[in-house]
Design a protein around this ligand. Structure first.
Ligand code: 5GP
Ligand code: MG
Ligand code: MG
Length: 179
């Protein structure tokens, strides 16, 4: 897989440091909130595992799966709910964990969904924030890294369902797309 990567943006070590830093902040901010942490499948799985280990708070964990990409490197604009959470979130403090926020459509969809179910408070932690890609005005409260407007893979993020298990985040070689 390493041969398909043009350059590494965030190394294993960079990511571990970011997870520690965010974990400390989250520990502080969620101390008495008993949050339900909602991890967004599949991209956020690696980041979720690393961040929650750094959070010393009582928390429940749940998963939601939404699809917006349908295989390519461009968003289709439509969001499908693929798998719903199992928790009753009414009156609860929620922490959404995402892999990347690009246009903001996915996050907007999630926030609207959780609000409609009467969540008390919704905060967002994302590994990557691609601010230049934003089409909808949504913000993350906790950000690992601000990324340039390029298609990245690794550490949970895929290209056609591959590369999620790379331990770092990188940019694919153009030849991989044109194959
Ligand atoms: P948004 O709805 O904010 O446009 O996009 C959110 C979703 O699009 C992310 O959760 C992720 O699955 C996908 N996405 C956006 N940018 C990238 C990228 O650079 N690389 C990969 N692999 N997925 C991306
Ligand atoms: Mg995502
Ligand atoms: Mg994807």
């Amino acid at each position: 897989m390493d041969n398909d990567i043009e350059r590494i943006l965030y190394s294993r070590d960079d990511i571990a440091k970011a997870a520690k830093r965010l974990g400390k902040q989250l520990t502080n901010d969620f101390q008495d909130k008993r949050p339900i942490i909602i991890s967004v499948l599949k991209g956020a799985i690696l980041f979720t595992v690393d961040v929650i280990k750094e959070m010393d708070v009582y928390a429940e964990i749940d998963f939601i799966d939404v699809a917006s990409y349908h295989g390519g490197t461009q968003s289709s604009g439509e969001i499908d709910l693929v798998r719903d959470i199992g928790s009753d979130i009414a009156g609860r403090n929620i922490l959404i964990i995402e892999d990347i926020i690009d246009t903001g459509r996915t996050l907007k969809y999630l926030i609207d969904l959780l609000k409609s179910r009467n969540a008390a408070e919704i905060k967002v932690c994302t590994l990557l924030d691609k601010e230049e890609g934003r089409l909808i005005d949504v913000k993350a409260d906790y950000v690992g890294f601000s990324v340039p407007n390029e298609f990245v893979v690794g550490y949970g993020l895929d290209y056609q369902e591959l590369y999620r298990n790379l331990p770092y985040v990188g940019v694919l070689k153009p030849s991989v797309y044109t194959n």
